[in-house]
Design a protein around this ligand. Structure first.
Ligand code: PEP
Length: 254
């Protein structure tokens, strides 16, 4: 059975104290309200990671992750952070290939393939993001774009390595816009991703891969999205900055 996960992406929000306060609220609500089946992950700015890991101690179903890590082991890359550093504070996850990184920082599939290798080498679980822009969807290129992001970004992995990934389908036109993909649109792409994984590896690997949906997900639309057979949870931006909303999304799985 593949894992169902709700992961928050705080992006570049919350100073140190604000982040700790929000995470404490999340942990308290999780403790009081979650069942043993629910998995929550919070991907924070780097400055929070160590403290969040400490606060999450003892909560096996709460993970902490970074939002990026460099492809190199170490070196003269001023301002960057390595996968080893992220791992060293006890974080378990790292978002790779978020569309904001692809768009604003020029991250290509080829670069992301290297980042994925390095993250896996340090035993981090990449949450690997893929998704088409509005222009690409309108030009009916969305399946081709998704396929090339898979092939060039992560299909070089062997089946064992691939089994350690989480994939997030995030249509760029739905991120931070308040426009959500319909559950049919999202399910169509999730099923396509799973079919491509089965063709590349095998049906078992495809069935075991957690595929999250991201893009203006909130407590209202999450139940219908997460009820789709190939949607295994969400990557949540805006709504993850409100403890009540985030926990209500986590609780969609019961
Ligand atoms: C995201 O950035 O990963 C995201 C899904 O953002 P939002 O939920 O705000 O659309």
């Amino acid at each position: 059975m593949r894992k169902k996960i709700v992961a928050g992406n705080w992006k570049m929000n919350l100073d140190y104290n604000e982040g700790l306060a929000l995470f404490s609220e999340i942990i308290n609500m999780f403790k009081d309200e979650a069942t043993g089946q629910q998995h929550a992950v919070v991907c924070s700015p780097f400055i929070h990671l160590h403290s969040l890991v400490q606060l999450a101690k003892g909560y096996h179903n709460v993970g902490v992750g970074a939002q990026n890590a460099h492809q190199a082991e170490a070196g003269a890359y001023t301002g960057e952070i390595s996968a080893k550093m992220v791992k060293s504070v006890g974080a378990g996850y790292v978002i790779l290939g978020h569309s904001e990184r692809r768009q604003y920082f020029g991250e290509s599939n080829e670069l992301l393939a290297k980042k994925t290798d390095t993250a896996l080498a340090h035993d981090l679980t990449p949450i690997f993001c893929i998704g088409e822009t509005l222009q690409e969807r309108e030009a009916n290129q969305h399946f081709d774009i998704i396929k090339s992001q898979l092939v060039d970004g992560i299909f070089h992995l062997d089946a064992t390595q691939f089994g350690k990934l989480v994939i997030a389908y995030e249509p760029v036109w739905a991120i931070g816009t308040g426009v959500t993909a319909s559950s049919d649109q999202a399910q169509e792409i999730h099923a396509f991703i799973r079919k491509e994984i089965a063709a590349k590896y095998n049906q078992q690997v495809a069935d075991d891969t957690t595929i999250l949906y991201g893009g203006s997900c909130n407590p209202k639309n999450a139940p219908e999205l997460f009820a789709q057979p190939d949607i295994d949870g969400g990557l949540i931006g805006g709504a993850s900055l409100k403890s009540r909303d985030f926990i209500d999304i986590v609780k969609v799985f019961n």
